[in-house]
Design a protein around this ligand. Sequence first.
Ligand code: KG4
Ligand code: ZN
Length: 336
Amino acid sequence: EKRELILAFESSCDETSVAVIENGNKILSNVIATQINSQRRFGGVVPEVASRHHIEQVTICLADALQRAQVDYQDLDAVAVTYGPGLVGALLVGVTAAKAVAFAHNLPLIPVNHMAGHIYAARFRGEIEFPALALLVSGGHTELVYLKKPNSYQIIGETRDDAAGEAYDKIGRVLGIDYPAGKKIDELAHQGKDTFDFPRAMLKDDNFDFSFSGLKSAFINTVHHAEQVNQQLNQADLAASFQQSVIDVLVAKTMHALQQYPVKQLILAGGVAANTGLRDALSAVMKKKHSDVSLLKAPLSLCGDNAAMIGAAGHVAFRAGKRADLSLNADPSLEF
Ligand code: KG4
Ligand code: ZN
């Protein structure tokens, strides 16, 4: 069988990434230039700053990705690129670079949804079996997605307010933890206990939607109140309590969804899928309650934004005949 090589670009937020992927599931290269060190001083991602970094990095990442994969343009079969959702100026850099390569080397251009990319990151762990359910948790999204077949996405539940990662980052500020705070809070949580009684929102509602703003407010109020009365709170216990609340809600809603949507596979993906507490909790509950459903977790190193996942999703779209022409534009609020 002929090997299919896809060159993939990702630039939706604060990572510039270019990858070369073979047959949709083998990484030949995956170069990631992160801006986190530069964005940290702003406490978040400043869109204009992000665009400028992408412009500086994209051609460097491209050359590096081709060189590391030891392939040349003529070896490629297609170019895949994230065209949304994300920051418009950031997306445009990747879209423009991908279009330039596709045009110059007469290659098909494959448009990829960033969130579909996160789901397909799981492909590097094993093939996706349909129908599947994906718990997609990132800095901008928290969704339960039903995948009846390849390239078919139905959002059956989503957050009504903050995304899970967003909540992590916001409480991180209160704890004095640098952006993005998820990983540090995860580590801190492992040193503490769930001693604060933080809310678990919408657990009894008969839907698959989430809400994390109440938890965030409860957390912030607890910390501010303690400051006012000069009381020292145990940071590790605070982190552990917050994290347990997030995990309880994500796991409960996912279990509820599995009852109504029988699937062959559960996929865990997105930046927050790197959370060790969440990974362990989901493994344990699946083993106990749904041993017939396989659990496919995106590899730890591919939970955050990267172009390898865009190549994996792009390959599926490529096989399905999905193409864009040079009029492809960035779509900051792209939906599935
Ligand atoms: O998917 P991603 O890299 O970017 C978006 O598309 O949003 O997700 C980034 C988010 C950030 O909010 C970050 O704090 C969170 O993922 N995150 C984590 C962990 N690692 C990253 N949240 C909880 N636990 C972690 N270990
Ligand atoms: Zn992402």
